[in-house]
Ligand binder design. Structure first.
Ligand code: ARG
Length: 585
């Protein structure tokens, strides 16, 4: 079912060509949601820019558009305002018909894409043996949300975890393993290496302090690359241990993704060099092989190189990304590739995208996008740290959010003398704590830095997860109070929108489809958060102003159905953010 906005746009396009000829086919009718409700629901300012082209007054153009516009089923008779703005208001009968059409639809009117794309989302992507930090948490949360929305719209999504499982740091780690855990390299049993981050720190310390150890580390890299059995085994041991640690976080956050780390592309790297050579792009600079970039210069104005093979023969992050890009296009058949990382990597992406394009590996019709995000800051505005100054471990951070949600819940229960089972409390605290962390991240414009505050994200008021979950539980409580079978309500209801607050709520409910398509295009999850936040507010206004259970029929059933659509929209919207709801809290 196309949304009102879509239908109006289509009809405007038609009216433009009917009125002014096929010259205007493809002209953007500039239909947008009205900037102010007093101008109606939608507006089009297209008459103004057309004035020059058509050599007519904008008001006259607007009138001719209206003469040809066929939207009388959707809208009240349109009005021309000021110099030539066209204002449109949706008809109550149209709103009622649309809601009646979606009331039993599990997709709530959101269309499935008719031409699904094959989309790769590269997200989370922590580094083996280094810690998974808050930046990776942002990538995980944002990437998962984007994946959920694209999947819901019907696209064929491949979620890839491009873990950093290769590189010179392994030389140092394996050298350290040989010293500290000699049995690790010989036994066949799984070995618990304990805290890998601590191991990494100790290895790094040895590396920085001892020349001989440094030399051994370098040799280990060579042995690993040559595929020596015990080096391989040590490497696998490290990867497995990291994997287990990452998985704990993914399970807690309900994240599904497929690991395809940097090492996967190793065998393809020589061919990348070969391809760049053949394309005539490869040059040598200080013994390293590189491609000189267009539009990237150093302070002296000279073109910057993208290094693809270091002077010691090693490949790097960019080489691997070139191989991965080519593989995703040629083997995975991707039409769109989305990379979710911190904004600090923006030039890395711009650079290897450019090289891939010049090498002929990135056809016009494939869209590659870097989805950058800002830093996570502590409440002091500085990089997030623990009290003792260490980096925050993700596990601890999530546990703390859950513990605080639990304490808040205890306090709320005590205030009203409510008794709940331990199981109930733990479940609710877990849902609230985790969704608070996710929602706090997603509700920000991702490009800005965001301040991590347990206090703020757990507040029951404002644009927070607890507020949204509470709104959902509130609607569900109406059902419990009235002992309502919502499925039956859905069957019986004929939705009627008598009151202004009902119409406001109805219009908002019908915008879900447009919002999701906007997020699909712009990859800004905060738009969906804002939509859901406004939905909760509009529902609360409706509920304050309109009796539901106490209303006379046919309003009672109609309002129950409206409440149910609201609850289901909240639940669906939150699930697309990766957030589960609770029926009571
Ligand atoms: N491992 C990288 C990091 O921790 C992120 C990888 C992002 N994906 C990519 N294809 N470069 O910063």
């Amino acid at each position: 079912m196309p949304s009102a906005l879509k239908t109006i746009r289509t009809q405007f396009q038609q009216a433009l060509t009917d009125a002014f000829g096929s010259d205007l086919a493809g002209c953007d009718p500039m239909v947008v949601a009205a900037s102010n409700p007093k101008f109606g629901d939608y507006q089009s300012n297209v008459a103004m820019p057309l004035s020059k082209r058509l050599k007519q007054q904008p008001r006259a153009i607007a009138q001719q558009i209206l003469d040809h516009l066929k939207i009388s089923e959707l809208c009240e008779p349109p009005e021309i305002a000021g110099p030539g703005f066209i204002n449109l208001s949706l008809k109550q009968s149209y709103l009622e018909a649309q809601l009646n059409a979606i009331k039993n639809d599990p997709r709530l009117g959101v269309e499935t894409e008719k031409h699904p794309q094959r989309i790769v989302i590269d997200f989370s992507s922590p580094n083996i043996a280094k810690e998974m930090h808050v930046g990776h948490l942002r990538s995980t949360i944002i990437g998962d949300c984007i994946a959920r929305i694209l999947e819901f719209r019907g696209h064929d999504v491949l979620r890839l975890n491009h873990v950093g499982d290769w590189g010179t740091q392994f030389g140092m780690l394996i050298a350290y393993l040989r010293e500290a855990y000699p049995e690790a390299l010989t036994t066949q049993d799984a070995l618990d290496l304990g805290d890998l981050v601590a191991l990494y720190r100790k290895a790094k310390k040895r590396f920085d302090e001892d020349e001989a150890f440094k030399e051994t580390s370098r040799n280990e890299v060579v042995k690993l690359q040559a595929g020596e059995t015990d080096s391989r085994r040590a490497w696998e041991l490290l990867c497995n241990q990291s994997r287990r640690e990452f998985q704990v976080i993914y399970d807690l956050l309900d994240i599904k993704l497929q690991e395809r780390g940097e090492s996967f592309y190793n065998p393809l790297l020589p061919d990348i060099l070969e391809g760049l050579e053949q394309a005539g792009l490869l040059e040598e600079s200080d013994g390293a092989k590189c491609v000189f970039l267009e539009g990237f210069t150093n302070k002296e104005g000279e073109p910057l190189p993208l290094i693809v093979q270091k002077s010691d023969g090693g490949y790097n992050y960019a080489t691997t990304d070139l191989a991965a890009l080519r593989y995703r296009i040629q083997q995975d058949n991707a039409n769109r590739i989305i990379y979710v990382t911190d904004a600090g990597q923006s030039s890395h992406f711009a650079q290897f995208f450019q090289v891939a394009r010049r090498a002929g590996w990135l056809p016009e019709e494939v869209e590659v996008v870097h989805v950058p995000f800002g830093l996570v800051l502590g409440e002091d505005g500085k990089k997030l740290k623990t009290r003792s100054g260490d980096t925050v471990r993700l596990r601890d951070l999530l546990d703390e959010a859950i513990a605080r949600a639990y304490a808040d819940l205890q306090a709320r229960l005590a205030e009203t003398n409510r008794q709940e089972s331990e199981e109930f409390k733990q479940n609710v605290a877990q849902v609230i704590g985790l969704s608070a962390v996710k929602y706090a991240d997603l509700s920000q414009n991702r490009t800005s830095n965001y301040i991590f505050s347990y206090g703020k994200m757990l507040e029951l008021k404002g644009n927070t997860a607890p507020y949204m979950l509470y709104a959902y539980a509130r609607v569900r409580s109406i059902g419990r109070k009235g002992d309502i079978d919502f499925e039956q309500v859905g069957e019986d209801a004929n939705i009627l929108l008598g009151e202004e607050s009902e119409r406001v709520l109805a219009k908002h409910l019908l915008q879900l489809s447009d919002i999701l398509q906007e997020v699909e295009r712009d990859l800004m999850p905060n738009r969906l958060c804002q939509y859901l936040f406004e939905l909760s507010q509009k529902f609360n206004q409706f509920y304050d102003q309109c009796p539901v259970l106490q209303a006379e029929e046919p309003y009672r059933t109609s309002r129950l159905a409206l409440s149910d659509i609201t609850a289901r929209t909240l639940k669906l919207g939150l699930s697309l953010l990766g957030i589960a709801v609770v029926e009571r809290m």
